[in-house]
Design a binder for this molecule. Structure first.
Ligand SMILES: [Zn+2]
Length: 357
């Protein structure tokens, strides 16, 4: 997931999906005696024992082992793990054949006897076999490859190459990871790092990836350093300085770098729109941060992240993680704002942590 050149490192910030580890269950397989009847058997089983009903519709019905073909019936649950598989299977078969009176058989067992076309359990034992299959379907391609070869043929639906794709349920997510304008990312990152080191204040700039230029306005320079001039409360600094208890010292607690930045962009949009000819198509009229990338020395807090979301930011690249649990983007235990990927919100964007080594 990391994209490195000689100096630059770009890490995608996203919530890692929970990937289920391999867990196995037993399933009864029947050896197909007359292979010309295989498709008929599958149809019959799909009707009477649908795999969906057992939440295992990610497996295929048929597996060929040497010259034999096996078809799965349904999982054998609640088996005694201390007993070997054959004994478990024999017990189950005896159960099925226990009653000679069809009236007393469960529907399942009745159907079974029909499929088996066996008169007794000795015959059944010869054509039935227990197999192990994954309890949950694979989510990533590598899981599919491993499980498909080792256990049972599996379908390839809804598989993702990476955790990122899975997290975003977006097959193109990986493309975004790899399509950085590295030269510009490096330049902009260096600018915000230098500015932060000089001013000791959160520093940011907006970059227009289409024109490959840093956004400037007539009243502000490209770096949003004026949060220091406006007296601000920032969660980014030391544990002692930036706490709620000394909030009152500051004239305005909300003038964080990103918020100041959005103001600058709004001003920039007004200036640009004033210069546009009257019948400019709406698609060419700028709207706040739409289409722009923010480079910022620190991870925006949740307030700033929401302000950026509302202003339709395209991407955020930040250098330092936000301290004191104020960060709005990185997924942490007990603090899961992850504003950029919240499915309940109406705009989503990609976030990267960058470093220059
Ligand atoms: Zn903030």
């Amino acid at each position: 997931m990391e994209n490195s050149s000689s100096q630059l490192s770009i890490k995608n910030i996203y919530t890692k999906p929970k990937i289920t580890d391999l867990e196995l269950i037993n399933i009864i397989g029947i050896r197909v005696e007359n292979k010309s009847k295989t498709s008929g058997l599958i149809q019959y089983l799909n009707k009477n024992f649908p795999l969906e009903a057992r939440d295992i519709d990610f497996i295929k019905r048929i597996k060929t082992i040497g010259s034999d073909t096996y078809c799965v019936l349904y999982p054998l649950l609640n088996i005694d793990d201390d007993t070997d598989e054959n004994t478990n299977l024999q017990r189950w078969i005896s159960n099925v054949f226990q009653s000679s009176d069809d009236e007393l058989l469960t529907k399942e067992n009745h159907v079974f006897k029909t499929i088996l076309e066996c008169s007794d359990h000795q015959q059944a034992e010869k054509i039935l076999k227990l197999f192990k299959i994954p309890k949950y379907g694979p989510k990533l391609k590598y899981q599919w490859k491993e499980w498909n070869t080792q256990y049972w043929p599996l379908k390839t639906v809804n598989l993702y190459e990476t955790e990122l794709q899975l997290a975003k349920l977006d097959p193109k997510a990986e493309l975004n990871v790899n399509s950085h304008d590295e030269k510009s990312v490096e330049t902009c990152t260096k600018l915000v790092i230098d500015s932060f080191e000089k001013s000791k204040r959160v520093s940011g700039l907006f970059f227009n990836p289409q024109t490959k230029t840093i956004v400037k306005s007539s009243i502000h320079d490209e770096l949003f350093l004026d949060e220091s001039k406006n007296s601000f409360f920032s969660p980014y600094y030391s544990e002692t300085e930036g706490t709620l208890s000394n909030l009152g010292k500051f004239k305005c607690s909300l003038r964080h770098c990103a918020v100041v930045g959005v103001d600058v962009i709004a001003q920039y949009c007004i200036e640009t729109i004033e210069k546009l000819p009257p019948n400019t198509p709406s698609t060419e009229i700028p709207y706040l941060c739409k289409g722009l990338d923010l480079f910022i020395s620190h991870e925006p807090c949740c307030m700033c992240a929401m302000a950026l979301l509302h202003s339709r930011i395209r991407r955020i690249y930040f250098v330092h993680e936000c301290g004191n649990n104020f960060g709005g983007l990185i997924n942490k235990v007990n603090q899961e704002y992850c504003v950029h990927e919240n499915s309940k919100l109406n705009h989503h964007f990609d976030v990267y942590q960058v470093s220059l080594n």
